[in-house]
Design a binder for this molecule. Structure first.
Ligand code: SF4
Length: 957
């Protein structure tokens, strides 16, 4: 964009007197505008990405030119994996800024605030630049810089010893922000350990289970852009999974006439954009959804062909109504009977919303038919006992309307997520780690990771080598003081290695802190179900790539990154090589180059192989005279399928159909006694990955595993149901799960722009409740949980459901005086434990300006770092899905005279008791045939099939 305009008189004089630079001299080499004046600016054309010139922003109004190399990569600040273009200054070889990548099919050149803020994370003066080893006691905060060589030698030796002594279950990799599309899982299987542990059971496994029990896939992928009606049980327009890609498409759909309804007790920005806002009582959502289902069933607006062919209704009639003839009409009759109690009035009472609105929305959903898009992520699914039933009941509406996998409907996630082909696949591990998946929770959708400290305290086992990766349970998990107790005890955790791009409260209790790259500092593959197509993006270390393009390549990524910041991919590679230097353990063979026999694979070769085996990518690259790898290096993303609908109708091959028979009554295709597909309109289709290959309205799995009351979609009353509240005592349900669109758990701690935008997390309360309690905005409130309390400020608002309070979980980051890091966003605190299990945290001072190379650090004007609420929550494991049920029944009172803002108190003895109480709700394995988990249910890192049987335990020991 040109800056020239006719000089004013004052400018002319000032320029002549040299008071200001001469901005109006003729400049032959003036930069051309990217777009015509008056139009929105465009993206630099890719043929100029190797040498792109812009004016230096910091020199404005002088027009000093800067030459950049533009290198694409992917954002790492949430799970959407949006595309970024990094601008590498060719003179200084530093990344100057990140903008959107228009060639990324998910984000299409757009980002939220967190994308461009990646530059803050890279230039943060507090970032970890070198590998560190503790020198004092664990948690004491004393560190020394060490070399990557010594780190690799020490850790590989310890792992080698554990594996040789058959202590494979003592090696664990616990991941917070995932990625890698199977990279680390491949490494763990090469080591032969059942070592994958995830954060998913404090995140999304409740909703995932609700979907999986229907059709095997565990997430929804709504086609918002083509929908006629959108129902969100979340704040998806502004936050949640894939929210920038989703937000674009929700708005597109609404611009084309779609209507939107939102269930949320909080008037979120999403709810404020909706046509219908239902401020539901927390946990009541499934009751509303079943009432909507009842309207659709009673009024006959269901999709009969889809129900007839694709739902296992015959199983339901045979098992539950054996006296009825197996006809579709009888099924509809039985459905009406099964849901007769879920009247709109009943749901309205449970949820405290208008019955008329429930009916109106149900009719709109029925009218939308196959164009009904819906999403439920954390929110209700992750907050409530039985939260998984919310997702199950939501999907019931998709099933009733036949909007499963349709244009404008809701597809299974697995149809839109790409799984790469790797150069080598190690065999499944022959171990089952009960510290990850204990027998009490046979259906748990992911690992019971948030119970680990309690399992260790109970003596169920120990961790000898425990990796945490972009993972901060002390701060993000419930019951963080129990984590501190476990992490501080070397008899429970022998060696803790924190792999992290940012200082965090869990890393304070590590033996090694290993700096790993942010977006643009690492290799990675990204593919998510952001819309109705399928894409893959390449997260690449941009300085390394810039150096390669300029003829100055490096061997390892840490040679190009700031300091010695490395990346997981190369770290695992080098570590694995050292665990088995002579190949005698059978590990080394999984790290041999597919292109150079016998030689260690290089990182470029790893991705070269995947890209060469990605459908249509080599051909597309060849059109530009590029290799598949160079195409991905150049554009950073590739669209594999533009649209992906109705994949359950993919055909079975002749080979698959050989010796198969068709059950005339159900249309199921049977082979070797098991359904392998479904006949639909005369075609043999693969169906869904469930035991019946259909949508399972009736779940034999739930019956077989001890939950017959949940055999069909059902409403489960939450642990924070109104019946549990004693309002006279000051009880409220607290929703601690809502997400600020500008923050990213621990990693916003070193993003100054984000900390500037969002730096407090008050307790939201409706005006009427505040009046009753005699409270006003800014008053200090003591929020009592079952194990302690926190002191927070109040925000009184009309944008909140009466009788419910909420508090965002992103704030309240802290550091002790001996800790470094995240000074943009963390309070300085003291932590004391006056007696065993009793923990006090007091804020010493809030966020303060500080001196550093970044002048902005002395300009910090905010003081509030928020309050750490999660640490005051006990664990609440859902006995079916294994999800931690985040919502809390709290008792509110005015702060006591000695209470100060941000104070926290916790009793971990009580948290252990509450863990034991919830454990009693579980219905343990074995299930049928001595199984510890249904064979058809997946695991993120699936062990060999024989390990699913409990009698294999001895070999495992
Ligand atoms: S939505 Fe997520 S991935 Fe996309 S720019 Fe924002 S933080 Fe990055």
């Amino acid at each position: 964009m040109t800056t020239k305009s006719a000089p004013t008189l004052v400018e002319k004089i000032a320029e002549k007197l040299h008071l200001i630079p001469n901005l109006h001299q003729d400049d032959e080499s003036e930069l051309p505008p990217m777009t015509e004046p008056g139009k929105l600016s465009d993206y630099p054309p890719p043929d100029q990405w190797d040498d792109w010139t812009e004016y230096e922003a910091k020199k404005w109004p002088l027009r000093e030119k800067k030459n950049y190399m533009i290198v694409p990569t992917s954002c790492f600040n949430c799970e959407s994996g949006c595309g970024l273009l990094s601008y590498v200054d060719k003179e200084t070889m530093a990344v100057r800024k990140f903008e959107g990548n228009p060639y990324h099919p998910g984000s299409r050149g757009r980002n939220c605030a967190k994308g461009p803020a990646s530059i803050n994370q890279i230039t943060d003066p507090d970032r970890i630049l070198y590998p560190l080893k503790r020198t004092g006691k664990r948690g004491e905060g004393k560190w020394e810089r060490v070399s990557w060589e010594s780190v690799l030698d020490d850790i590989s030796g310890r792992i080698r010893k554990a594996i040789l002594e058959k202590r494979n279950n003592e090696i664990s990799y616990h991941v917070g922000r995932p990625g890698h599309e199977g990279y680390t899982n491949r490494v763990l299987q090469a080591w032969g350990v059942d070592g994958h542990n995830s954060h998913t059971n404090i995140c999304s496994s409740g909703a995932r289970f609700g979907y999986a029990i229907w059709h095997g896939y565990d997430r929804p992928s709504p086609d918002h852009a083509n929908a006629k009606f959108i129902l969100l049980i979340s704040a998806h327009l502004e936050s949640g999974h894939y929210f920038n890609p989703h937000a674009q498409r929700i708005i597109e759909g609404m611009m084309k006439g779609a209507k939107m309804a939102v269930m949320d007790p909080r008037l979120s920005n999403t709810a404020s954009m909706a046509d219908y806002w239902m401020p539901t009582y927390p946990g009541s959502e499934a009751a509303i959804l079943l009432a909507m289902a009842k309207v659709i069933i009673d009024e006959g607006s269901y999709n009969e062909p889809f129900l007839k062919n694709w739902v296992n209704w015959q199983d339901y009639l045979k098992k539950e109504h054996p006296k009825l003839e197996v006809t579709f009409e009888n099924f509809i009759g039985a459905l009406k009977e099964a849901y007769q109690e879920y009247t709109p009035e009943f749901a309205a009472k449970e949820a405290e919303v208008e019955a008329d609105m429930i009916v109106e929305i149900a009719r709109k959903i029925g009218e939308a038919g196959t164009k009904f898009a819906a999403h439920n992520w954390r929110s209700a699914g992750s907050g409530n006992l039985g939260g998984w039933a919310v997702a199950r009941c939501l999907h019931f509406l998709n099933v009733l309307t036949g909007s499963v996998g349709t244009v404008g409907g809701t597809s299974p996630s697995g149809w839109h997520k790409f799984h790469p082909t790797m150069f080598d696949k190690p065999p499944a591990q022959k171990f089952w780690n009960e510290l990850h998946l204990p027998n009490e929770y046979p259906l748990s959708h992911f690992e019971m990771s948030f119970l680990l400290p309690h399992f260790l305290k109970e003596g169920r086992g120990k961790m000898d080598v425990y990796f945490t990766r972009v993972f901060n349970p002390v701060w993000t998990y419930p019951d963080g003081f129990s984590w501190i107790e476990a992490l501080s005890d070397e008899s429970m955790i022998g060696m803790h290695i924190a792999m992290t791009p940012t200082w965090n409260q869990t890393a304070y209790y590590a033996d090694y802190v290993l700096p790993m790259g942010h977006a643009g500092e690492r290799h990675d593959l990204v593919s998510y179900e952001t819309h109705s197509g399928m894409w893959m993006a390449f997260r690449q270390p941009v300085l390394r790539e810039a150096r390669r393009r300029m003829g100055n390549p490096v061997e390892f990524t840490y040679e190009a990154n700031p300091g010695e910041v490395w990346e997981e991919d190369e770290f695992w590679q080098e570590l694995s090589w050292r665990i088995d230097p002579d190949g005698s353990m059978g590990i080394k063979e999984h790290f041999i180059s597919p292109y150079r026999p016998g030689e260690k694979i290089k990182i470029d070769e790893y991705y070269q192989y995947i890209f060469e085996h990605t459908p249509n990518l080599p051909e597309k690259a060849a059109e530009e005279g590029l290799s598949a790898l160079d195409y991905m290096r150049k554009y950073g993303a590739f669209e594999i399928e533009k649209t992906s609908y109705s994949k359950h109708r993919n055909g079975l091959s002749e080979e698959e159909m050989a010796e198969a028979t068709v059950d005339e009554e159900t249309g199921s295709i049977i082979k070797d006694g098991k359904p392998i597909g479904v006949m639909d309109e005369g075609e043999a289709c693969t169906g869904f990955p469930t035991p019946s290959r259909k949508q399972e309205f009736y779940s034999q799995t739930m019956v077989d595993w001890g939950w017959p009351e949940y055999k069909i979609p059902t409403y489960i009353k939450s642990h924070v149901h109104e019946n549990e509240m004693d309002r006279e005592q000051g009880h409220f349900p607290l929703i601690p799960t809502f997400r600020l669109p500008t923050l990213i758990h621990s990693r916003s701690g070193n993003a100054k722009w984000l900390a500037e935008i969002s730096n407090r997390n008050p307790l939201w309360m409706h005006t009427s409740d505040a009046e009753k309690l005699g409270l006003e905005t800014h008053d200090l409130v003591r929020v009592n949980t079952d194990i302690g309390y926190f002191i927070v400020k109040l925000w009184v608002t009309e944008g909140m459901k009466p009788g419910v309070v909420v508090c965002s979980h992103h704030l309240g980051s802290w550091r002790r005086p001996q800790d470094t890091g995240n000074r943009w966003a963390s309070n300085s605190v003291s932590i004391e434990s006056p007696e065993k299990g009793k923990w006090k945290m007091n804020v010493l001072e809030g966020v303060q300006p500080f001196k550093s190379d970044d002048p902005d650090s002395s300009r910090i004007f905010w003081n509030d770092g928020g309050v750490h609420q999660n640490i005051t929550f006990p664990v609440h494991p859902d006995p079916v899905s294994g999800m931690h049920c985040w919502h809390q029944k709290v008792r509110l009172e005015k702060a006591h005279p000695d209470d100060k803002y941000g104070d926290v108190f916790v009793d971990t003895n009580k948290s252990f008791e509450i863990y034991r109480e919830w454990l009693k709700l579980a219905r343990p394995a074995p299930g049928p045939n001595g199984l510890r988990r249904p064979l058809w249910m997946g695991r993120p890192l699936r062990p060999a099939e024989e390990l699913f049987y409990l009698d294999q335990k001895k070999e495992n020991d």
